[in-house]
Design a protein around this ligand. Structure first.
Ligand code: PAF
Length: 283
């Protein structure tokens, strides 16, 4: 099986991309933290529809994990990831070390406002600074024509769009639909932490969100509907619900009835935190 070329230095990444550009090729990037699943592979497919070459970065970014979070436990399975990328026909895997990305003396942090407010930030206050900093670095290292991010991490996608707009990064950001299992559970590397019993509960998350989105689009009171969703999640077996909130789909400002919206949620099953989101149709 063909595997992608693997490089772990910024210099080697840039040399390869320079060669492609000399040949007039268009380059797409898919930033990941590895533990690749079908959701990531769908991003590679979309990247290759938009460009001639696809670079996938695999880097478990320490700056987006709080000290209490699962950085050490985060699944790392490079050999399997490279096999999957080979099948998907990705051209290059960029696998930098922490030292390559954050050499001694590194002292910069990018903080994006606007869509980063609330939701994830209420529970992971340093998360988007870590994401914005690493994504800015990756996009400046690879200078791709376009980069693909999943809608599964919807707030992250909005933050990345804001980052590129505000810093004039000349990269077309493409949002890709969430890939779900047969029961609607959004693919996530963290699903690997779930037991069979927890998986059954996890599959209720998208069902409850979809029902709530339908109720909101039909005119239900927003705080009643989201409170009911919280109750339904707990009744389904989630131990704790961080948020269930409707937001405007582009800006993530508070949602107003009849507008195109997004219903976003985060909830805990044991030690695993799941997030998901669905569209709220405009009426
Ligand atoms: O979504 C992810 O996997 C990460 O947050 C990203 C965008 C690769 C940055 O580390």
């Amino acid at each position: 099986m063909n595997q992608p070329v693997v490089v772990d230095s910024v210099a080697a990444l840039r040399a390869q991309i320079r060669d492609w550009r000399r040949d007039g090729l268009r380059v797409a990037m898919v930033p990941t933290m590895g533990a690749l699943h079908d959701g990531h592979i769908s991003l590679v497919r979309i990247a290759l529809e938009r460009a001639d070459r696809c670079v996938v970065s695999i880097f478990v970014n320490p700056t987006q994990f709080a000290p209490t979070e699962d950085l050490d436990k985060y699944p790392r399975q490079l050999a399997r990831d490279l096999d999957r990328l080979g099948v998907a026909k990705a051209d290059l895997a960029f696998t930098p070390t922490v030292g390559e990305m954050y050499p001694a003396g590194f002292a910069t942090k990018i903080s994006v406002g606007g869509p980063s407010a609330g939701l994830e930030s209420d529970f992971r206050p340093t998360f988007f600074d870590g994401v914005a900093t690493v994504v800015a670095k990756l996009l400046l290292q690879a200078t791709p024509d376009c980069a693909v991010f999943g809608e599964k991490d919807y707030q992250q996608l909005c933050v990345v769009r804001q980052l590129c707009r505000d810093l004039d990064l000349p990269v077309d950001i493409i949002g890709a639909p969430t890939i779900r299992d047969a029961h609607g559970l959004a693919m996530s590397s963290r699903n690997a932490y779930l037991s069979e019993a927890e998986l059954t509960i996890a599959r209720q998350l998208n069902v409850i969100l979809r029902n709530t989105a339908v109720a909101l689009a039909a005119g239900a009171d927003q705080s009643d509907a989201t409170e009911e969703a919280r109750r339904a999640l707990v009744a389904a077996g989630f131990q704790k619900v961080d948020y269930v909130e409707a937001r405007e789909s582009l800006t993530l400002a508070p949602w107003r009835q009849h507008r195109a919206g997004r219903l976003l949620a985060a909830a805990w099953l044991g030690k695993t935190r799941l997030i998901d989101n669905v569209e709220v149709a405009s009426t």
